[in-house]
Write a protein that binds this ligand. Structure first.
Ligand code: ADP
Length: 490
């Protein structure tokens, strides 16, 4: 399939000049329709239901995907259950070899997978190529290293696998989230049933191809595509011993209720409304670039996006001017163009959600800033990067997760005020601090209710570093030794 989407992407200009188009042309072979990956093979869904996965930049159908029903989920769980004993009994160094092979194969097919990720999800190729794919491979490499060293991860204790893990993932980092879930589970001797998000199933299905190529024993990983009902059937299955979920706080709460009293282990990585705090002594250009990447790149489709910006009052005019200036040079358009900064919104539904919040922001009296030089593509789902000033903490746009390229700018006068305002949210996923004073970093970082605090940078990830939230952003960690702990019992 030719990945270019140029007919719909006569996009944007920077003031006075423009880049030439730089389309990524690596071809992706896609089948017209995909089955469910159960017990090492693709099979037609017993539900007989299917849905289309579309390219949000063109609205073209990419492939027809199976919608797993309760019987399909049961088949997948039974396959995982049957495979779990032999997988756990494998010599750990042999388990590690499979994980290394998955990692290497992801690297070998990285460009093709990156292109598909951008086609199916709408994110710029720059992002899928330079962030999603390297991190997905890194996650398998990292956990391959742990597979035969688990005794060292938990000194003095004997870690044992939990059994079948049901893993439900969202659409913002489809392959990376699959890697985050699968790699630690497999390293610890568990087997998995993974349910990708309904709008972004295709890279998970390509991953299934990779699992076959590297001869992973059948049943160790099963991939059941579908929407919320499929996820609910998986989470509610009595033979699933652990549920790992990344997604909305709303669904996380449903899962927490349904898991209560069942003895199932549960980890939740949910929403966020993360603060970025800029002090007057910060390197302002660097901070502005960090803010831009934390909320506008990848369309704000990041659960830890720095969607609330707190600026020390004395520098707010300068920061707002620089943000406006930088916003003008952001390139919105074809996700497969290597110069694109902001791609397509993942779905029509998500676009409506973002538009609702922007309307609410204006309605409540905040001032919207947006650059609208060029028309957006006529097909597909698009939203320009924008920011609001004059935002009150009570405004909807300052309180609720938008999951779009929409930033709320607010001010503070003292570090104490910054801290109080930053923590004034039901969420606690991530935060950013920008200052040249080391002592201020340590003081504030310690007091921020956030699972991750970045200082003078943002959105830096590493497989060795645990990620996860506090409060309504969930519980449990992914990555590092902390993440392994969620996949073992003692
Ligand atoms: P988002 O708002 O980011 O789309 P969701 O929480 O709706 O987040 O979706 C995240 C994942 O959870 C998706 O794979 C989705 O299909 C799945 N899901 C949605 N509803 C349910 C549910 N009731 N039970 C289990 N999984 C669900």
């Amino acid at each position: 399939m030719n990945p270019t989407a140029s007919d719909t992407n006569e996009h944007h200009t920077s003031p006075g000049w423009d880049y030439s188009p730089a389309p990524e042309r690596t071809p992706v072979e896609l089948d017209e329709s995909y089955g469910l990956f159960i017990d090492g093979a693709f099979r037609a869904p017993k539900s007989r239901k299917r849905f289309d996965s579309i390219n949000p930049a063109t609205e073209q159908t990419l492939a027809s995907v199976a919608e797993g029903g309760a019987k399909d989920v049961d088949d997948a769980v039974q396959a995982a259950k049957a495979a779990q004993g032999p997988w756990a009994r494998l010599k750990p160094s042999e388990r590690a070899k499979y994980l290394y092979r998955i990692a290497r194969r992801i690297q070998e097919r990285a460009r093709e997978l990156a292109v598909l990720e951008s086609m199916d999800g709408g994110k710029p190729i720059k992002e899928s190529r330079d962030v999603d794919l390297p991190l997905a491979a890194q996650h398998f490499f990292y956990h391959a290293g742990w597979a035969d060293k688990l005794a060292y991860a938990f000194p003095g204790r004997t870690p044992r696998p939990l059994g079948v893990c049901g893993q439900i993932i969202p659409w913002n980092f489809p392959l990376l989230m699959a890697a985050w879930k699968l790699a630690p589970a497999l390293a610890c001797g568990n087997t998995c049933v993974l349910k990708p998000a309904e709008t972004t199933s295709l890279t998970a299905l390509k991953l299934a191809e990779i699992l076959r190529e590297i001869d992973l024993p059948p049943g160790v990983v099963n991939i059941v595509t579908g929407a919320g009902e499929t996820g609910a059937a998986l989470a509610g299955h009595p033979d699933v011993k652990k549920i790992a979920f990344t997604g909305s706080t709303e669904v996380g709460k449903v899962l927490a209720r349904s898991a209560a009293g069942t003895g199932k282990r549960l980890t939740l990585e949910l929403g966020g409304k993360s603060p970025n705090i800029i002090f007057a002594d910060a390197a302002i250009d660097q901070a502005v670039e960090g803010i831009v990447s934390s909320i506008w790149f990848n369309q704000g489709h990041v659960c830890c996006a720095g969607s609330r910006l707190f600026v020390e009052e004395s520098i707010v005019d300068e920061v707002v001017d620089k943000l406006r200036h930088r916003m003008q040079s952001l390139r919105v358009g074809d996700p497969l163009d290597k110069n694109t900064d902001v791609g397509a919104i993942n779905s029509a539904e998500q676009l409506r959600t973002i538009e609702r919040y922007v309307d609410a922001g204006e309605h409540e009296g905040a001032i919207m800033h947006e650059v609208s030089a060029d028309p957006l593509p006529t097909k597909g789902f698009w939203h320009r990067p924008c920011f609001f000033t004059g935002v009150q903490p009570s405004h909807l746009i300052a309180r609720e997760e938008i999951f779009g390229p929409v930033l709320s700018v607010m001010t503070f006068r003292t570090p104490e005020e910054a801290l109080t305002r930053a923590n004034n949210t039901p969420y606690g996923l991530a935060a950013g601090i920008w200052t040249n004073t080391g002592a201020k970093i340590f003081e504030i970082a310690r007091k921020l209710d956030a699972g991750v605090v970045w200082c003078n940078t943002y959105n830096k990830f590493d497989a060795a570093s645990p990620f996860g939230g506090f409060k309504e952003s969930g519980f449990g960690r992914e990555g590092g030794r902390h993440g392994l702990k969620s996949y073992v019992k003692f």
